[in-house]
Design a protein around this ligand. Structure first.
Ligand SMILES: [Zn+2]
Length: 246
């Protein structure tokens, strides 16, 4: 049996804090409030634990803070198309000003470096989710610590990368093994994206949800995969009630 938990609850030396656990995470990527709310509603209905990597100030943060067993982390963008790499410390400070409670971080585009680890540590962050180890690689990943006791949390599936790699989605039988961190984006859940061209062609409507919804895919896509996963977890929760890790 397996249950859900939050990234900040992971302690590598305490196996039950991650083994046979599912971590559902979201990178907000400056999505429209209604697009983010759409994902929040799916998670609220399912009752699972979740981790949200925040990119900007928004009224939806209040909604997220009220969501049952939800963690707010930060999702800094260290790139600028005109200026190259941004001042990393300033970007982290900016987001911690919006989410002072954050303990977990995932960089936009998974940007990572030794120097960044030092900055994250200095700013009081404890968990870093910047390593993608595809489920399809067959490697059994698990969380681990590096210097300054910083905890690295690899994820095994990521929606936008799955389009590039034609990645299979872990099946229910896979979830019984090891641990799984899923990385979703609300825009791909809203669009039910199945390939990157749907996302690119819908760009003009990303900030107008009433038009964007017309672009939602009706077949099997990111939204249907998330709903399928949540249905599995809901069914499982009936056997494993409220076993959250403190
Ligand atoms: Zn991002």
């Amino acid at each position: 049996m397996f249950g859900t938990s939050k990234i900040c609850s992971i302690e590598p030396s305490i196996t039950k804090s991650w083994s046979k656990r599912i971590f559902i995470t979201f990178d907000l990527d400056w999505a429209h409030d209604e697009v983010i709310s759409d994902t929040i509603n799916l998670i609220a209905e399912s009752g699972v634990s979740s981790t949200w990597f925040i990119t900007h100030e928004s009224p939806v943060l209040d909604k997220l803070r009220k969501l049952k067993d939800a963690e707010l982390g930060i999702h800094p963008n260290f790139y600028s198309t005109s200026k190259g790499i941004q001042n990393e410390e300033e970007r982290v400070d900016e987001l911690l000003g919006i989410v002072p409670e954050a303990k977990s971080v995932r960089s936009h585009c998974l940007f990572h470096s030794e120097r960044l680890v030092d900055i994250f540590y200095k700013k009081g962050l404890t968990h870093i989710s910047n390593s993608f180890i595809p489920h399809s690689s067959g490697m059994k990943s698990q969380p681990f610590s590096i210097w300054d006791s910083m905890i690295m949390v690899p994820h095994c599936w990521q929606d936008n990368v799955s389009f590039k790699m034609n990645l299979p989605f872990p099946q229910k039988s896979d979830l019984l093994e090891s641990f799984h961190v899923f990385n979703f984006h609300p825009i791909h859940i809203f669009l039910n994206t199945e390939n990157i061209s749907r996302y690119e062609l819908s760009r003009p409507y990303h900030q107008t949800p009433e038009r964007l919804i017309e672009k939602r895919f009706s077949g099997s896509g990111t939204r249907t995969l998330l709903i399928k996963l949540l249905d599995i977890l809901k069914a499982e929760a009936e056997y494993l009630p409220n076993e959250s890790i403190q």
